[in-house]
Ligand binder design. Structure first.
Ligand SMILES: [Cu+2]
Length: 117
C-alpha cells in the first residue's frame, strides 16, 4: 500500500510539473512585440591564475576555478573590454573575476588582484 501511495504521488508530481510548463505556441496576433531573451544575463564570480596577457592586451588567458552551474575549471582566454583592466596584473598572479554571460557571449566585467606572484 505504501509503495502504491508513493508511485501515485510521483505521478501527480510529474503531472503538476508538466502542467507548469509555459505554453509558447499560438499567440501569433502579438508576434510583433519584441521577444524577451531566453536567458537574462547571469553574473558569475570566479578566481584563477593568470597564464598570459598578449602584448596588445586584448585578451587575458586565465586558469580559472570551476564556476558552478556554468563552467568546469579550465585554462581559457577572456576578451578584455578595456586594457586598463589588467593594469598591474601579470602572469602567475592570482585574480578574481566577475563575468557576465548573456547566453551567447562572455563579458569580463571586473578583474581584481588577489595575490601578486
Ligand atoms: Cu572557462
Amino acid at each position: 500500500m505504501r509503495s502504491f501511495q508513493t508511485s501515485l504521488s510521483m505521478v501527480l508530481l510529474s503531472v503538476a510539473i508538466s502542467c507548469s510548463e509555459p505554453a509558447r505556441e499560438g499567440n501569433t496576433a502579438s508576434s510583433n512585440q519584441s521577444q524577451a531573451p531566453i536567458t537574462s544575463p547571469q553574473i558569475y564570480h570566479t578566481q584563477g591564475m593568470v597564464k598570459s596577457i598578449p602584448p596588445n592586451k586584448k585578451l587575458i588567458i586565465v586558469d580559472h576555478h570551476e564556476i558552478p552551474g556554468f563552467m568546469r575549471a579550465m585554462t581559457m582566454p577572456f576578451s578584455l573590454p578595456d586594457s586598463n583592466m589588467v593594469e598591474g596584473i601579470k602572469p602567475s598572479d592570482s585574480i578574481s573575476m566577475t563575468i557576465q554571460y548573456d547566453g551567447e557571449s562572455i563579458l569580463l566585467k571586473e578583474i581584481t588582484l588577489i595575490k601578486s606572484n
